[in-house]
Ligand binder design. Structure first.
Ligand code: OSB
Ligand code: MG
Length: 374
């Protein structure tokens, strides 16, 4: 496989509904789409970095810079036997997992299209899951009121979703969980704090033990494994880490020190598909459940996420949901939809298997650049 041309596009799209987390509310999403071309084929990836460094230190602008200045010169016109060599070829560049992931995932799509095979098969997906589809869950942001929250939960459950995750922060936690339990009983429920608490809040987080949650995601700081281990020893609810885990090694350390019992994998956060597979394998070897996170992706990143979610260790429903929860219209046609049984079909064509609507991409493009070796 050889990549002869790379195209970067910065896009901005309005969200169907605002999305609020412990670090703020957003109404639209900026992201970078990376297209790679080689031997007459095309592959595409989506960079999950946002325009603000709040969820992670990367932004659309840093990712663009790192791809243009450092990663493109590594990959352009180099021969790879397999896309699993891409991530390790970036080793001279430290960090910048989201920039690396966007290019690496485009390379996987290119290779799968050249092989005329669905990406899920090349990643090592479970054939039964590839045939039946993946289990979908939703992530519900902080709402204006508890009534609005419970209404959202009802609407998502009636669309078929099998698991509800709500965002929490100090002041929007125990009451929000109780409101959902009061209305919907034992529905599979979990919370995500996006690092909004400290170890001094342990008693408040222990109060969530009464609600039989599947897990609490990233309660403490984004770079703190030690305090997560201390917290996990003080609460019954399983901790799942998201922001803290950028590498397979960190996942290993977190599981082996008791900082978490469950792993969230987002290929953007860990450097792409190859690193995601490695992290998945580490969790499976330790008997820890894995699920696929989401980053409010367009249909391009979303399709990649669906393919990766077919690996056998993804035993819990992920934050991978239907296009129409995010963008109307999405950049792809047909859009990704959830079925009444709460599953999402794995797109069946070569590569990520979705058709990109170029008019919609063009209309959302803010900036565009072509990179070649010269
Ligand atoms: O923490 O999982 C998170 C969205 C943006 C940044 C971080 C997170 C999220 C979500 C939304 O929870 C998941 C989705 O629906 O794509
Ligand atoms: Mg999270």
């Amino acid at each position: 496989m050889r990549i002869e041309r790379i195209e970067l596009r910065l896009l901005r799209l309005p969200l169907v509904r605002f999305f609020e987390t412990s670090f703020g509310r957003i109404d639209d999403r900026a992201f970078v789409i990376v297209t790679v071309e080689g031997d007459g084929a095309v592959g595409v990836g989506e960079c999950v970095a946002d325009d603000k460094p709040f969820y992670s230190s990367e932004t659309t602008q840093t990712a663009w810079h790192i791809i243009e200045r450092f990663l493109a010169p590594i990959v352009l016109d180099r021969t790879y036997a397999h896309p699993q060599e891409l991530f390790d070829s970036f080793a001279i560049v430290r960090g910048h997992q989201m920039a690396k992931a966007a290019l690496e995932m485009a390379g996987w799509d290119l290779f799968a299209r050249q092989q005329q095979r669905p990406l899920a098969e090349l990643l090592g997906g479970n054939p039964a899951i590839i045939a039946r589809g993946i289990a979908a869950g939703v992530s519900i942001g902080i709402q204006n009121s508890l009534e609005a929250l419970v209404d959202r939960v009802e609407a998502e459950l009636s669309d078929g979703y099998r698991r509800i995750k709500i965002k929490i922060k100090p002041g929007w936690d125990v009451d929000a969980v109780r409101a959902i339990r009061d209305r919907r009983g034992s529905v599979p429920l979990m919370v995500d704090a996006n690092a909004a608490y400290t170890l001094r809040d342990a008693h408040r987080l222990a109060a969530l033990d009464a609600f039989d949650l599947m897990m609490i995601e990233q309660p403490l700081d984004y770079d703190d494994l030690r305090d997560h281990a201390r917290l996990q020893s003080q609460i019954r609810t399983a901790i799942c880490l998201d922001e803290s885990l950028h590498t397979p090694r960190l996942a290993e350390e977190a599981l082996d020190t008791g900082a978490c019992r469950i792993i969230n994998i987002k290929p953007g956060r860990v450097g792409g598909h190859t690193q995601s597979i490695r992290m998945h394998d580490i969790a499976v070897a330790r008997g820890a459940p894995v699920w696929h996170g989401g980053m409010l992706e367009s249909g391009i990143g979303r399709a990649h996420n669906i393919h990766l979610s077919t690996l056998p260790g993804f035993t819990l429903p992920g934050d991978v949901a239907a296009s129409r929860r995010y963008f109307a219209p999405d950049l792809i046609d047909p859009e990704i939809d959830v079925r009444p049984d709460g599953t999402i079909a794995v797109p069946a064509g070569p590569g990520i298997g979705v058709n990109i609507v170029s008019d919609r991409v063009a209309a959302a493009t803010v900036e565009q650049r072509e990179l070649r070796r010269h």
